[in-house]
Design a binder for this molecule. Sequence first.
Ligand code: SAM
Ligand code: SF4
Ligand code: SF4
Length: 324
Amino acid sequence: MDGLGRRARDLRISLTQACNLRCHYCMPAEGLAILPREELLSADEVVRLVDVAVDQLGIDEVRLTGGEPLIRRDLEAIIAAIRTAHPEVPVALTTNGLGLARRAKELAAAGLSRINVSLDTVDRELFAAITRRDRLPDVIAGIDAAVTAGLAPVKINAVALQQNLDRASELLRWCLDRGLALRFIEAMPLDAEGTWDRNSYVTAADLLAALGEDFALTAVGREDAGAPAERWRVDGGPGTVGIIASMSRSFCGACDRTRITAEGRVRPCLFSDDEIDLRSILRGGGDDADLIAAWREVTWRKSPGHLPADILTHPRRSMGAIGG
Ligand code: SAM
Ligand code: SF4
Ligand code: SF4
């Protein structure tokens, strides 16, 4: 519980800040500094923190992210260990899909409950321009493998950009044809190069106008009260499209998320640099009570959220270094 009465239930753990793409809204062109392996939480440390979070702190959902979590070879082992210890807790994965074609089956066998694959466009040239890598066919192969492995419903996350706005309908059609649940996310000022611009970011309203030219959209509300995505039924259904209006209609008052960075620092809010180091407690021989006290302390101070877009400043870490 934080000082404003919000309860964190959804724990997002970054497993690495390394990535094989360089999406310009997230990473610098040269990538983030490669952390030496010993700086990262080990699989056992991740599982121990999940144990504490679930048993003592009321966490009831875990999402593994990064950087690119598929870069971790022990990803399947981490998922299996969490699911074995806490079969009632869903474990989700957010990935760019590279390497998923090879691993989807094992991820499903390890007990992965849900998967979100990030894909901003199905136009190969535009994909390469946004991610600075020509890897669209590999991502599509990964999505297909996830569907085949039974990881349904596969959700697709697309960041809304001026660059892909006129192709938003094409992406939605592509997803509907494959039974994939598409959600657009407003870009947040969490890029590494500070290029996010409050005057030109694409809002939910811009997206609805663009999609509305090609589809009949009927608002159907959120999945549940705390869910960040608002949803619209497309052309009478059954397909829907979601929009996460993180900037223009922020949902900080209902925020139920908390994050652990790849080096083991709890970060209660994306936009506040206030963090606490759990790794040194783990490695210094601290017991559960020490971990819980530190975790509660930083959670109590959780920021109310981000300021209105017109006075917002960039936090120190970029999205890839926090864990989205
Ligand atoms: N590499 C994985 C991926 O791309 O799915 C996981 C990490 S990535 C940081 C998690 C999510 O954050 C992705 O869906 C990505 O599109 C989103 N993201 C990254 N930078 C963002 C930004 N500046 N604003 C909004 N979403 C962002
Ligand atoms: Fe990598 Fe994901 Fe960031 Fe793109 S959004 S650079 S895939 S971490
Ligand atoms: Fe939660 Fe902070 Fe994001 Fe608002 S800005 S939704 S408080 S993490």
